[in-house]
Ligand binder design. Sequence first.
Ligand SMILES: [Cu+2]
Length: 398
Amino acid sequence: MKSIAVLLSLSVAALAALIPVGGAMAQDGMAAEQARERQELEDMRQEVGDIKGTINDAMRQMTELKNQMKDQHYFEVHLFAKESIVKVASDVQINALTYNGKLPGPELRFQQGDRVRLILHNQLKFPTSLHFHGMILPGSVDGLPRPDSGIVKPGATYAYQFIANQPGTFWYHPQLIHGDQKAKGLFGSLVIEPKGGRTPRADTPDKDVVLVVGDMHTEFRSREGRQVAPAAESKSPADAKSGAKPDAASQLLSNTNMRLFGAVASESRKPDALTFYLMNGKSAPLAPPIDVRKNQRVRVRIINAGHVAVPMHLSGHRFEVMARDGSDMLEPRVYRDTITVNAGERVDLEFTADNPGLWALASEVFEQASREGRTPGGIACILRYTDIVEPALQNPNP
Ligand SMILES: [Cu+2]
């Protein structure tokens, strides 16, 4: 009986609460409805807020990831080693070995810490390889190549991966065992800018120029204005063999005999060695000028890709030697106007463009700064101020 009484009392209480009585009952119902709607609205707001928060979180994460990706950019560079005809003077084209058809090869520029994947495609008829001159890299990347590691057969592709940890001026060319290929044009510059280079630092120069200088030898004297296809006789016995079983050592030896560097054909084809002194693959006046504006700080990175020392002189200015062979100078900087860059060496110099005019940056050796005794020619370029209007040069002896 006790349970029934409890049930009854509960029921009565429930009924009293649930059954509205007259107007008061209607008002209470509206209030409850409004309260519920308010609650629903509040819930929705909360939900929208949550969604917004989630989206913002996701966006923030995306941005962070993007920044991380930017920091760890993977630079992929493709180098195609191939025979090309390149113009070294207005009237001379030569058969050279090039990366991507350019002499020198593409200027590679990375930031300190960049991850680099450099893919070499061998489009030559003989094996080649790649050396990163001046960079301290693992032996597996840059050590002397073996047939199964680093020697890239004709038609093959090889990937070199490294982290560009070392700021400085470097260059790339085939390994020592393929040294003759370097002499025929396979070389290019590789610059690693110090960390923070993307956001200008106080000591970041306004202008940064790379000049690859050096001598190149052609086997045949060129005929002015004449252009021909690469000479058929540039084929060597090694070319025919290259498809066969690669006996690396003998192949390498025979490759050195190749005569790929036949210049533009002449009728006589009389061997007559000709040396060209080039700056960025051109004999003056074909090398582009260095354009500066007054008060700019200019860095010039000189790489000697040739075989003899080149004493470079800048007129009208004094420069500071900032680095040699990719390493910052440890001794006090002194002002100079001439600096000798030996074969394979790099010199980074900087000057302030504080003397408007038309100036020369050239080798001090006449043979190197001319072409067969004629000027302009050889390793020379003009330094000019683009914001200063120069009066036309007058010929003193009209
Ligand atoms: Cu080298």
